[in-house]
Design a protein around this ligand. Structure first.
Ligand SMILES: [Zn+2]
Length: 421
């Protein structure tokens, strides 16, 4: 039996072990600021691979390598990054397997069970982060464990990075890059539903402050209603979004009706029904094409809002203030002829006996940072089901987890090279 067949067979045999490792990791509620216990737990698992382990807390100054980074916090106490390194025998290409351990809050009352139970049922593992993306961290672990159990020595180095802060803009990956970790290629197994994503879109948040003039409602002619002005502006932003959707096309997003869009997610304004409101704050998320430069994207939106304001007598003299804040994951892409993409596609076909679907990611990822600031070609490929991230009763499909593990393990063998067994 050749090395790859042997590794794939071992992965199949280790299925229950993978499920139980994932269930254990899901019991650590690694929301922002509380990632440490999950990270220590994962670092212990990496020791099974004889990896050198590095655990550190990111520093605010690490983020300076990304000029567009907008911090959700300045202090990363209690939120360490973890990197495991397995040195190769030499002469092969290195790979970084990168995944975020932070999860969004469990939220709501819609969960059938405790979101931190790690419940296993009917080929699914449940829990906040099962899909996005602790399943991936277990796929990395099990891929390397199978290679080790097969007695294979890789030529290139393998790095596994479990990072914090992805859900809030990517602090952990920036810190990993700033700490000097590099590889010839990287995989991020965000839950792409087994689709292979050589491009990641960019995502950025912004806030618009619309001013009015306060007055008694009975004499509203003495005031200016900021809510009415904001309503007008929202229509203009929606119209701008419609134009964006029409004009901004990308071949790897042709499957998606509106990949590059604006979502106004929060509106705040007014203090009392009998008062004319003097201020409205809109907060929104904008996604943009990997082909577009972030500075240009910002400028275009600012100009559109400015132009809309110029149509109104009051807003012309009281221009809405635009602030970019809180969250920015830059876009990134890897050329379609890149050998890492070729290796993933080849091994996908080997494992699944069909061609992989190639698309752009439907969300922002850490790939943009690895590509732009680490100069590491990075491809997103991971389990599913898709559309399950951030939901109540989040789960991962164990068959898809296993497929991800197999494709990654087979890709590592080809990419890093190995000694004959
Ligand atoms: Zn994610």
């Amino acid at each position: 039996m050749n090395a790859k067949a042997k590794v794939l067979e071992i992965i199949e045999g280790n299925r229950d072990e993978a499920v139980s490792y994932l269930s254990g990791l899901l019991k650590h509620p690694s929301v922002m600021g509380s990632e440490e216990s999950a990270q220590r737990h994962y670092a212990e698992l990496l020791k099974l691979l004889d990896m050198e382990i590095d655990i550190w807390e990111p520093k605010a100054e690490d983020m300076k390598i990304n000029p567009d980074f907008m911090p959700a916090r300045d202090d990363y106490t209690g939120s360490p990054d973890v990197v495991g390194v397995l040195r190769g025998t030499g002469g092969g290409r290195s790979i970084l397997l990168n995944g975020h351990v932070d999860v969004v809050p469990a939220g709501g009352n819609d969960w059938t069970d405790d979101p931190w139970s790690g419940k296993i049922e009917d080929g699914k593992v449940y829990g906040r982060g099962a899909n996005d993306m602790k399943g991936a961290l277990i796929a990395y672990l099990m891929a390397m464990k199978a290679i080790k159990e097969a007695g294979i020595d890789l030529k290139g180095d393998v790095l596994i990075g479990s990072v914090i802060g992805e859900e809030t803009g990517g602090a952990g990956t920036l810190s990993l890059i700033n700490r000097g970790y590099r590889a010839d290629g990287a995989i991020i197994s965000e839950p792409s539903d087994l689709r292979v994503c050589p491009v990641s879109m960019g995502v950025i948040w912004f806030r618009v402050r619309v001013r009015g003039l306060m007055a008694h409602a009975a004499t509203s002619y003495l005031g200016v209603n900021a809510i009415s002005k904001a309503a007008m502006l929202i229509q203009e932003i929606d119209a701008y979004e419609d134009r964006m959707i029409q004009e901004k096309k990308h071949p790897l997003y042709s499957h998606h009706p509106s990949p590059f869009s604006i979502n106004i997610g929060i509106i705040k304004g007014g203090v009392f029904p009998t008062s004319v409101p003097d201020e409205v704050i809109l907060e929104a998320r904008m996604s943009f094409s990997p082909d577009d430069d972030i500075a240009q994207v910002k400028k275009e939106l600012e100009e559109a809002i400015h132009k809309a304001a110029m149509k109104d007598e009051w807003l012309r003299d009281h221009l809405p203030e635009i602030e970019w804040y809180g969250f920015c994951l830059n876009s990134g892409s890897v050329p379609m002829d890149h050998p890492l993409l070729g290796a993933i596609l080849y091994n996908f076909k080997l494992v699944k006996e069909r061609e992989a679907e190639i698309i752009g990611t439907p969300w922002g990822t850490d790939a943009g940072a690895l590509i732009r600031y680490g100069n590491i070609p990075t491809i997103v490929f991971g389990p599913g089901p898709g559309g399950m991230a951030h939901k109540a009763d989040e789960y991962i499909d164990v068959d898809m987890l296993q497929d991800t593990t197999k494709v990654i393990a087979a890709t590592i063998l080809d990419w890093c090279g190995h000694e004959e067994v």
